[in-house]
Design a protein around this ligand. Sequence first.
Ligand code: UFG
Length: 338
Amino acid sequence: MKILLSGGAGFIGSHTYVELTKAGHEAVIVDNLYNASEKVLERLQVITGKPVPFIKADVADRSAMRAVFSEHKFDAVIHFAGYKAVGESVQKPIEYYRNNLDTTLTLCECMREAGVKCIVFSSSATVYGPLETSPLEESMAPEDCTNPYAWTKSMNERILLDAVHAMPDWSCALLRYFNPIGAHESGLIGEDPVGIPNNLMPFITQVASGKREKLSVFGNDYNTPDGTGVRDYIHVVDLARGHVAACEYLLTHPGAEIINLGTGIGYSVLDIVNTFMRVNNIDVPYVIAPRRSGDMDSYYADPSKAKALLGWQAEKTLDDMCRDSWRWQSNNPNGYRD
Ligand code: UFG
């Protein structure tokens, strides 16, 4: 298949590029490099051994995207492009709604014009809202989202569900990611957050490398076995393979499917810290800090639909995730800025 990767130079997009190429598909990356580095492209070439088809364009720019769709005949689109910082979305809701909805609408218009009928959307488990009933199943009615970023994911799901309803020959997978961590085992590509990381694993790797003094564990009085928050961490390479499986499925299955991509296993913050220290033989100093507002006790997937429908399940362990995250960080202390 020939697949357009919108936002394909980002963390999940770049790993998906590798897995699509490995599976024999042809992928074209479209990215404005707003939150990604051009260096990713060189690294992808090293990993795959082939030049990387890349077009620098804003996915919300209709004339640029029309040109992309007339130059290439795509079988499917995987749509990653979008702003992704929860806290920033609270400060800049207008920018988040404008960008995250415009990119989807522009892609849909271009797909319709060009006769492309398959789309995989990068959604998030955050659309379930503050549901305290893990494991989360796709059939559960979500609660209200708690920030604009989450609402943009939820609204994009609605847009795509309605589009498929109106065009029944389209096929669409709304992939709800849990907590992606890890990196490609080469140590050449990985997560490269700007500024102080908000998420747990990039913060841990920066503490381990000495860039930050200590980790704050946000709360140890949650209703979980050790009192710290429990999440469903998934290796980004497993997640990427989930996209390959979804694309292949969509080619022969019209209609829309909501699919969780998680492992189904919940680990606590202290599980992550302790595993990271053990497998990498490195210290991660931490303190127990107050709870972070909006966090929940436990949030993990029921991943059985992905297995039944796509034949996909996560294979990598927490040890792999911790090892690969550290290899990326220690080989690239300043991310792609080295
Ligand atoms: N945590 C800490 N210290 C930190 C950072 C995080 O203790 O410095 C804890 C959190 O309290 C939470 C866990 O680590 O218990 C995971 O936190 P993350 O910020 O890594 O991830 P979240 O589960 O809060 O959010 C992630 C993504 C969102 C996405 C959501 C969907 O960041 O974009 O999963 O479930 F919407």
